[in-house]
Design a protein around this ligand. Sequence first.
Ligand code: SAM
Length: 226
Amino acid sequence: MTLQQQIMHGLQALGADFTATQEQLAGSIAHYLLLIEKWNKIHNLTAIRNPHDMLVQHVLDSLAVLPHIHGPHIIDVGTGAGLPGIPAALARPDWQVTLVESNQKKVAFLRQVKIELALQNVEIMAQRVEEVRLAGKVDTVITRAFSELGEFIALTRHLPAENSANCRWVAMKANCAENELKQIRTPFGIEKIVALTVPGLDAARQLIIIKKSNFDSAPQTQESGP
Ligand SMILES: C[S@@+](CC[C@H](N)C(=O)[O-])C[C@H]1O[C@@H](n2cnc3c(N)ncnc32)[C@H](O)[C@@H]1O
């Protein structure tokens, strides 16, 4: 199967309703994967070398999250090569995606992706997240392979300048341990845990969705993905 065919199959299997057309999205994803493959030879952006595997383990994994989070302003903390922020920005051109990354080589890659894919809805902040100060509303602070939950909240709780009660903090995890869930303390609480299915990936994926509230730290519900 060609990469383009595999991308189209993956998008159809996800079945999600994105605002970009499937053809546009497929073309942009192929371009993004080829850029990662090219830069990976010098900068070691990801341990996964093959674009077919990157598609499943990085891009479809990122896209599977989108039906469960809210825009329009998304902050991806510790985005690395742009995951999940770049796939989110490609699929949802109506959202504004801020990528926060402290490693300058990864930032150089992200800047190149933004230019080559003409991503007008992406802002790149080359800073440690604890130093980032934003004006205005944030709808979702998301992270993947960044830190444990307690540190994630500690480093990012200041990000929404205005509407912290409406903001959600979302951690993409393989299988979050009970001990890690207990790191979430009031005024933060776990709103829900969503089990995700990623097409072509035979592994558990979870979204831990956290809100600022007075709920205790026990999970409220367990949902299945689409
Ligand atoms: C393991 S990588 C994960 C990258 C990407 N999210 C993914 O899923 O492939 C974690 C990234 O967080 C970045 N990082 C670590 N601490 C950070 C901080 N305090 N502020 C911003 N970025 C940070 C690292 O440079 C690294 O690129």
